[in-house]
Ligand binder design. Structure first.
Ligand code: NAI
Length: 366
């Protein structure tokens, strides 16, 4: 039967239901730093996501304009803008996913770590607010009130991610609200870049490419595993080395091309939107949601490590599953077989990643 005849038949409600907004759970997404270079296109992309019912845009200034602008787009979500610290609580209240692109970006010649002094303080303050205002799931079992303190899923974009994620973890721990399954460093842009560069070199359709990227999110701590890339291609050692270096330096390539006007914003907004979409799908119970992310991990001796996070986020709305503790990352996948070159890269990155993690923890506990 044609789509038209289905839509007008007595059973057409079945077809319509698949598209109706009420069939999709309500989900609130908050973007902190929404008026910035990443925040604005990210707000646009989240407004286009049909899984979002409420989009809260927060920044220290200029959010009303961004919210009014994005809010005129005729898609599902309702948009609200919040400006200044006094409105942060309202922006965060009831959020399922909080995306943080707040903070200063790099200028030519700077490393991500050079941003630490400013961004660490910004992230610390925002995470204290997340601990305070984000949703608590409260359920009743046999007349007993059981409170499960689940914060929103936090997607950390602010650099240096290698340190800002440990800072967030420490802040949430202090507030008694830390759940390691709900805190993510967004490393999706490294994966996006690795896919693009690999497809170009291997001459394969970019849409079919998969490349895991593990480690951290700065320079040599970014470790693309091209030996596991698909579709397979016969690339020389020199080509793999060049691809690895280009992926590690992808951010710097953009910083230099922008010549003082900031770092990656558009590709980062795209990557951030992909990762947030994966979070929403996971929350809604979609099976086999797999993304790379920098999370608390035991797959190496380092306490935080980016790797494939499979079937994340069992549905928060499903009380039985929450009670069983399955309300977040279900399992952190191992690294899989590494080439000798990748094994060497893994050993080289560990001291730098370790020191960035320690720096974050020390700052948070000062
Ligand atoms: P931007 O300067 O254009 O925007 C940052 C926004 O954060 C500004 O609107 C500013 O007002 C806001 N902000 C500052 N303090 C705030 C606070 N306390 N609360 C809320 N908002 C606050 O910078 P851009 O280009 O958007 O970059 C943002 C961050 O993302 C930087 O730290 C950058 O290094 C990082 N980044 C991360 C990437 C990743 O792969 N994870 C890739 C690219 C950038």
């Amino acid at each position: 039967r044609s789509i038209k005849s289905l839509a007008t038949s007595p059973s057409s409600h079945i077809l319509r239901r698949g598209y109706a907004s009420e069939a999709v759970p309500d989900r609130k997404v908050a973007v902190l730093g929404a008026a910035g270079g990443i925040g604005q296109p990210l707000a646009l992309l989240m407004k286009l996501n049909p899984l979002v019912s409420s989009l809260a845009l927060y920044d220290i200034a200029n959010t009303p304009g961004v919210a009014a602008d994005v809010g005129h787009i005729n898609t599902r979500s309702e948009v609200s803008g919040y400006s200044g610290e006094a409105e942060l609580g309202k922006a965060l209240e009831g959020a399922d996913v909080v995306i943080i692109p707040a903070g200063v970006p790099r200028k030519p010649g700077m490393t991500r770590d050079d941003l630490f002094n400013i961004n660490a303080g910004i992230v610390k303050g925002l995470c204290q607010a997340i601990a305070k205002y984000c949703p608590h799931v409260s359920i009743e079992i046999l007349l007993k009130q059981v409170c499960l303190y689940a914060t929103a899923l936090v997607n950390m974009i602010s650099n240096p991610v290698n340190s800002t994620v440990p800072i967030a973890a420490e802040v949430l721990k202090k507030a008694g609200k830390y759940d390691e399954k709900r805190l993510f460093g967004v490393t999706t842009l490294d994966v996006v870049r690795a896919k693009t560069f690999y497809a170009g070199k291997a001459k394969v359709p970019v849409a079919e490419v998969n490349v895991p990227v593990v480690g951290g999110h700065a320079g040599i701590t970014i470790l693309p595993l091209f030996s596991q890339a698909t579709p397979k291609a016969n690339l020389s050692d020199a080509e793999i080395t060049a691809l690895t270096k280009r992926t590690q330096d992808g951010g710097t390539e953009v910083v230099e091309a922008k010549a003082g006007k900031g770092s990656a914003t558009l590709s980062m907004a795209y990557a951030g939107a992909i990762f947030a979409d994966a979070c929403l799908k996971g929350l809604n119970g979609a099976p086999d949601v797999v993304e790379c992310s920098y999370v608390q991990s035991t797959i190496t001796e380092l306490p935080f490590f980016a790797s494939k996070v499979p079937r994340c986020f069992a549905p928060l709305s499903d009380v039985a599953l929450v009670r069983l503790g399955k309300n977040g990352v279900e399992e952190v996948l191992g690294l899989g077989p590494l080439s000798d070159y990748e094994k060497e890269g893994l050993e080289k990155l560990k001291p730098e990643l370790q020191s960035s993690i320690e720096k974050g923890i020390k700052f948070a506990n000062q």
